[in-house]
Design a protein. Structure first.
Length: 364
């Protein structure tokens, strides 16, 4: 039996890389030959993927504000499309997955030129620019939620809700709900996104100190940049708060299972993980995210009752009161669990298999 080939185009931040890696592992286990493409930024998150072939392709957003940078970005995109075409001609895949972001754009455009079927995936609540440009050419756009905004009506037939593509250990994990309502120490996990967040390192420690000073024991697990480790370590040591700092980790499940509360940016991947693990969270959108998509993600999850939304400008004035109210009023935490229990992505890979088979069996 000849194995089918799948190429997964990804890159950029962990929010694009992690779903791509999960998808690659799934199809590898299901007797597909799987290759990945990534830009330079994404490669560092794929260092541990020894079982997968990863091809580097340069990428660039389309910069319009500066004429010089505009021509540079156009050149990078053009040559990346040419390289992508050569890759696809040499080792023609059966189907391609574009995981969103401008790093997946060259491969998908090359696929359209060469008439190779491709699917794009969008897990945010507002469609990204690259995926929007690709809508006329894609077979389908797989989405995490049907409430996705920004898709022109004429492409609605291409939209298929599949859920969040996550690591299997996340989907299959089991959290002990009692640890969120009965605890001696508040264990807070701080996630700044794959790039970490300077404002979290600057503003959150003093809030944790205030909680600690009121008699509540606090332990902090904080994701940060290498350059922030000394700053945070000195602060937590001086305030006698138990802590652990870390940069990117592929074992984030270990922290999820320790924590009572997560404070995080509003990337689609991490929010999808949190509602599957079943853990209370406060989400703080990145104000500069494209099309304000992180705010739209956070707003959607809050409206569903999965967690709480706090804007970055309100961290200093409102974060302490919000955390304190969750501790004092356990029913707020119980309501989050009640809502999260109604959601699961356990069938995501089974559903993907069915949909991919349908697309592969369709006649052009």
């Amino acid at each position: 039996m000849i194995k089918k080939k799948i190429l997964i185009a990804t890159g950029g931040t962990g929010g694009h890389i992690i779903p791509a890696y999960s998808l690659a592992n799934h199809f590898t286990k299901n007797n597909f030959i799987v290759n990945l493409t990534s830009d330079k930024r994404g490669l560092k998150y794929l260092d541990y993927c020894k079982n997968l072939k990863v091809i580097k392709i340069s990428s660039s957003p389309l910069v319009k504000k500066n004429i010089f940078k505009f021509f540079i970005s156009i050149s990078i995109i053009f040559f990346s499309i040419i390289k992508s075409m050569l890759i696809l001609i040499t080792d023609r895949p059966t189907i391609i997955f574009g995981m969103g972001g401008y790093s997946s754009f060259p491969i998908c455009i090359a696929a359209a030129i060469l008439r190779i079927k491709f699917i794009i995936y969008e897990n945010n609540l507002y469609i990204g620019k690259a995926n929007k440009y690709l809508l006329p050419f894609t077979e389908k756009i797989f989405v995490a939620y049907k409430e996705l905004e920004g898709i022109p009506e004429k492409y609605n037939k291409k939209v298929l809700e599949v859920g969040n593509i996550l690591r299997e250990e996340i989907i299959n994990s089991k959290n002990n709900e009692e640890k969120f309502t009965k605890f001696d120490t508040l264990k807070i996990l701080v996630l700044g996104g794959s790039q970490a967040a300077k404002v979290f390192a600057d503003d959150l420690p003093s809030i944790f100190k205030k909680l600690n000073d009121t008699g509540l024991k606090v332990t902090v697990y904080q994701q940060c940049l290498e350059s922030q480790i000394n700053q945070l370590s000195n602060f937590y040591k001086n305030t006698e708060i138990n802590y652990k700092t870390f940069n990117f980790t592929d074992k984030i499940i270990d922290y999820y299972l320790r924590a009572n509360l997560v404070i995080t940016r509003s990337g689609a991947s991490v929010l999808g993980e949190l509602i599957n693990v079943k853990i209370p969270f406060i989400t703080i959108p990145l104000p500069s995210s494209a099309d304000n998509h992180q705010y739209k993600n956070a707003e959607f999850y809050e409206k569903k009752g999965y967690g709480y939304l706090l804007e970055e400008k309100d961290i200093k004035n409102k974060m302490y009161d919000l955390i304190n109210s969750l501790i004092q009023n356990k029913s707020r935490i119980e309501n989050i669990f009640s809502n999260q229990r109604q959601y699961s992505d356990k069938n995501i890979f089974q559903d993907l298999n069915i949909q991919v088979d349908k697309i592969l069996n369709e006649k052009n």
